[in-house]
Design a protein around this ligand. Structure first.
Ligand code: NDP
Length: 336
């Protein structure tokens, strides 16, 4: 059983020495236990937070413990009456090839055409996009919605739901290829490259009526460009701030806090942070029903980036925080 453990806590961007690959004997399932074989491992930005021991909404991964993560697994061996060999389950086994379970925290996936989609569009990132946009963003037809990390699983889904609701959708993404994808495959009205020197003026031109909803995934320079464009009564679901996850210092430049507070006050802006499972876990069925229909009906396009092999997890994870991924990052740990 190969597994990646947290070897040390990163200072700034994670480096190879923060992770250690270990080999352990295969665990034996006891009575009422199942041995799960990881087929797909999800890599997500929140894992950077778990590597750090700063106070957060979830406890950190301990040094020497397996890196956490959502997984799609198959039952390899079962001593549990409710599970049989070969069953597909959604699990939370982390960065390892095998894990034991008592069955309690598993979700059976049944017959599924795309098992890995339960880690993306039909799972946590899709749910995040759906609730953050619909419940906090409150989109109305004709409004302008801006979302960054526009080709990732959250941003791509936010923008496409925005189109279903009749919004003008402007994406922000890193590089021309991702921007083209957002417009041509995802149906966004425009997408601006945040690495362009004149990013702020391009964003302004793409939002001639201002911004009614800014779905916050990244923070940093993108937020600086968004702030002056927000309309009166704009909504800002604060979902993630990935541009700062590796930061060790406050950003350079003048203190923008008075500008932010003044804008919130004068324009009566509503900003709300949320943590998907803590705040919306009770509404998962509503999401599954509606998203299931949209995906089946071809209304939502979904792109995955598949990386082969558990040994690639640290490098792939580091790359995702810098935008080297193109689509939802999943590791194929084993063939099914
Ligand atoms: P993505 O696959 O979109 O990966 C992160 C992306 O962020 C990168 O690909 C990159 O895209 C972009 N990015 C990185 N650095 C910067 C930067 N400096 N400026 C602008 N963009 C940057 O991730 P997800 O879709 O899984 O997650 C999106 C956000 O949602 C994250 O902030 C995540 O933490 C958050 N999240 C929050 C949840 C909650 O419950 N609140 C639950 C799930 C996710 P590009 O190359 O296009 O710039």
């Amino acid at each position: 059983n190969r597994r990646w453990v947290l070897a040390s806590r990163p200072k700034g961007a994670p480096v190879a020495d923060n992770f250690r690959l270990e080999e352990q004997p295969l665990p034996e399932p006891g009575q009422n236990e199942i041995l799960l074989r990881t087929i797909w491992l999800s890599l997500d930005p929140y894992m950077r937070g778990r590597m750090s021991d700063e106070p957060s909404y979830s406890p950190p991964v301990e040094i020497g413990a397996v890196m956490v993560g959502g997984t799609v697994s198959r039952v390899a061996q079962s001593n549990h009456p409710d599970y049989k060999e070969g069953d597909w389950v959604l699990s939370y086994n982390g960065w390892q090839e095998y894990a034991l379970s008592d069955g309690k925290d598993l979700v059976k996936l049944g017959e599924t055409e795309h098992p890995s989609w339960s880690l993306g569009i039909l799972g946590m990132p899709g749910f995040t996009a759906y609730m953050g946009l619909l419940d906090i963003g409150q989109p109305k037809a004709g409004e302008t919605l801006v979302v960054a990390a526009a080709t990732g699983p959250v941003g791509a889904t936010v923008g496409q739901i925005g189109k279903i609701k009749g919004c003008r959708v402007v994406g922000v993404a890193g590089g021309a290829e991702k921007c083209r994808h957002a417009v041509e495959a995802l149906g966004f009205d425009a997408c601006i490259d945040h690495r362009a020197d004149d990013f702020a003026s391009q964003l302004k031109n793409a939002c001639p009526d201002g911004i009614d909803i800014y779905y916050e995934n990244v923070g940093g320079a993108v937020f600086d460009a968004v702030l002056p464009l927000l309309n009166t009564s704009a909504r800002v679901p604060v979902c993630g701030l990935v541009s700062g996850y590796n930061a060790t210092d406050l950003p350079a430049g003048p203190d923008r806090l008075p500008l932010l507070m003044g804008t919130i006050l004068k324009k009566r802006i509503r900003m709300q942070g949320f943590i998907i499972n803590q705040d919306y876990g009770h509404r998962i069925e509503e999401f599954q029903r509606e998203m299931g229909e949209w995906v089946k009906g071809g209304k939502i396009h979904y792109r995955e980036q598949v990386t082969e092999g558990l040994e690639k997890a640290p490098d792939t994870f580091k790359g995702m925080l810098e935008g080297k991924n193109f689509g939802k990052v999943v590791i194929r740990v084993a063939n099914d």
